[in-house]
Design a protein around this ligand. Structure first.
Ligand SMILES: C=CC1=C(C)c2cc3[nH]c(cc4nc(cc5[nH]c(cc1n2)c(C)c5CCC(=O)O)C(CCC(=O)O)=C4C)c(C)c3C=C
Ligand SMILES: [Fe+2]
Ligand SMILES: [Fe+2]
Length: 343
């Protein structure tokens, strides 16, 4: 019934582990792999809040057959010999965070959809039954039920099958942390020092349905507040920056303004040189590298703009890893090895 494993050292103090969880990505940019990934992703009731009897026939009859091929093509434009950008950037960030923490804390990455799955990573961490303390850090700076809460669901679904459950802590958001805001502002400043600065800075966040925000999802407020905090650190005036929402799927209204409407609007208002940053994405991925850096570049240049700069996500930037390692230390301050409780 519940998972049984012989405990290697019943008298031992047990171990502490940190799991950084990102969204996940297909195994390969092929229609069949993308289809398997989209099926898991879009079957999650946190992502698509529709009655299952209504949604599942649409998903299997229309969305998966049409979207898998189209998305596979989009993935093939960003795939590299290191694999999917979301996967290799998340791995590099996890390594950088691990390097900054005591060697006795295990630091692993997991993916909400696809591989390595949350269930596999948790079981591996508890292979000897000695995982006693677990910090889950979803790599979403802003909380949304569609992303953050879905990670929580998957962690709890796995632990619900365990006999010996570790103490669990869960990070709900980190966009309000000054260290993270400083890391984003710092990467923009470095970009401007190297490339020069545009006329306007657009912060483009992944959208969600407006209906979810109306029902209490704090995502919109956190996007606005964190963009404003970053702009303030950069000393930008109100007309030098704005926010928008990208990656809409389906027909119902999502958060606005839409990035693909805002970009031509900025060009028409006289912006010749546009900088775009995506501070809702911890790691570069399909949505930043293909949708923003390719599609929206073409859109801006085709609307009369002269120069378009996509400022990369923080990925394994030192300031990013420092901020997340500090967040782990603060969250686990009373756990070994951060605190010696024998004192
Ligand atoms: C259909 C509903 C979707 C919601 C709601 C949604 C929210 C959401 N997503 C991210 C981050 C990422 N999404 C990515 C890809 C992606 N997102 C959706 C749909 C929704 N996302 C789809 C169908 C896809 C797959 C690609 C496609 O077919 O267009 C990715 C990139 C993954 C990669 O492999 O590179 C990320 C990251 C956030 C932060 C969010 C809500 C706040
Ligand atoms: Fe998404
Ligand atoms: Fe997309």
């Amino acid at each position: 019934m519940y998972r049984s494993i012989p405990v290697a050292d019943p008298a031992g103090a047990g171990r502490s582990a940190v799991v950084l969880v990102n969204l996940g990505t297909p195994d390969a940019p092929k229609t069949a792999d993308v289809r398997r990934y989209l099926r898991q992703f879009l079957s999650d009731p946190r992502v698509v809040e529709q009655p299952r009897w209504l949604w599942l026939p649409i998903l299997h009859g229309i969305i998966l057959p049409l979207r898998s091929r189209r998305s596979a093509h989009a993935y093939s434009t960003v795939w590299s010999d290191r694999g999917s950008p979301l996967a290799f950037h998340t791995r590099a960030l996890t390594d950088a965070v691990r390097d900054r923490l005591p060697a006795s804390v295990e630091v692993e990455m997991a993916m909400r959809y696809g591989q390595p799955s949350i269930a596999d990573v948790l079981r591996r961490l508890d292979h000897d039954g000695c995982l006693q303390r677990l910090l889950v850090l979803p790599l979403y700076p802003q909380y949304s039920a569609t992303t953050t809460a879905s990670v929580f669901d998957a962690v709890m679904a796995e632990l619900a099958t365990w006999r010996r459950i570790p103490a669990v802590r869960f990070v709900d958001e980190y966009c309000s942390l000054p260290d993270w805001q400083a890391a984003v502002a710092g990467s923009l400043q470095r970009h401007w020092q190297a490339q020069g600065r545009g006329d306007h800075l657009l912060f483009s966040f992944h959208g969600i349905p407006q209906r979810y925000v109306d029902a209490g999802d704090p995502y919109y407020g956190q996007c606005r507040a964190s963009a404003a905090a970053i702009a303030a650190r950069l000393g930008l005036a109100a007309d030098q920056w704005s926010i928008s929402f990208q990656s809409r799927v389906g027909r119902e209204p999502w958060l606005q303004p839409y990035t693909d409407a805002r970009i031509p609007e900025l060009a028409a208002a006289g912006v010749r040189r546009l900088d775009v940053a995506c501070p809702g994405f911890a790691a570069d991925c399909l949505e930043t590298l293909e949708e923003v850096a390719m599609q929206y570049r073409d859109l801006f240049l085709g609307s009369g703009g002269e120069r378009f700069d996509y400022v990369p996500a923080l990925n394994d930037d030192a300031g990013h890893a420092d901020a997340l390692a500090e967040l782990v230390r603060a969250q686990c301050a009373d756990w070994p090895p951060f605190a010696d409780r024998t004192a």
